[in-house]
Write a new protein. Structure first.
Length: 220
């Protein structure tokens, strides 16, 4: 309470540096967690005094993009990550993937999976269509990668809670072409009595193309 009152007095005072605060000031001067529930109305009153007119938040920019079209924000992010993977694939032809490269691959699948949340929120009428869409084997894998690396313990696995990202040394490539990368990276899943192995870049392309088809078929 005293902290809030002090901030209010500073704002209403003559200090010119407080009259046009930047976003950083807003984020640090009003930590919501330090304000009791009874003070929220007062917080908003002060907040409205110093903040410029917004057009919605980063997640809900309603003043700029209609809610039904906001899924495109995440789709654009998926496209950017897909472009990064295309560049990474060229590197992979001649160089072993680093841990940072694997991080980028995982991040693509995380963003690829969470596109479903954005579409379901923007287009609630498509929720059942999304459920059906994620019944495809590759999109189930996309889900496992996303949630597995987020939670570690994949309790609700659709395919294999113990999938692995594996590295194999290709002796033939190493002996016949010293310029080529001999360390092969694969994503392996148990499928019944079989093991399915995917090149991460091929899997990423498949998931990306499946989303493209879904978006096209639903006229989004």
């Amino acid at each position: 309470m005293n902290e809030l009152k002090s901030i209010e007095q500073r704002i209403e005072g003559s200090d010119s540096s407080m009259k046009r605060p930047n976003k950083a000031l807003h984020l640090t001067a009003f930590p919501l967690r330090s304000i009791a529930a009874g003070e929220l109305g007062r917080y908003r009153k002060i907040n409205n005094k110093i903040m410029p007119k917004w057009y919605g938040s980063s997640l809900n920019p309603d003043g700029i993009i209609p809610p039904a079209q906001q899924w495109k924000i995440q789709w654009a992010r998926v496209q950017r990550w897909f472009t990064r993977l295309a560049k990474l694939e060229k590197k992979y032809e001649f160089n072993e993937l680093s841990n940072e490269d694997i991080d980028d691959i995982i991040t693509f699948f995380q963003n690829c999976y969470h596109l479903r949340d954005w579409i379901e929120d923007s287009k609630p009428e498509l929720k059942q269509d999304i459920v059906i869409f994620f019944n495809t084997f590759e999109m189930k894998i996309c889900r496992e990668i996303c949630l597995g690396f987020k939670h570690k313990n994949l309790q609700t696995a659709k395919i294999d809670k113990d999938f692995g990202i594996l590295r194999e040394y290709d002796h033939f490539t190493a002996e016949t072409n010293s310029l080529k990368n001999p360390v092969i990276t694969k994503i392996a899943f148990e499928d019944g009595n079989n093991i399915k192995e995917y090149c991460p870049f091929t899997l990423a392309k498949t998931c990306y193309q499946l989303w493209e088809e879904f978006i096209k078929n639903k006229n989004l």
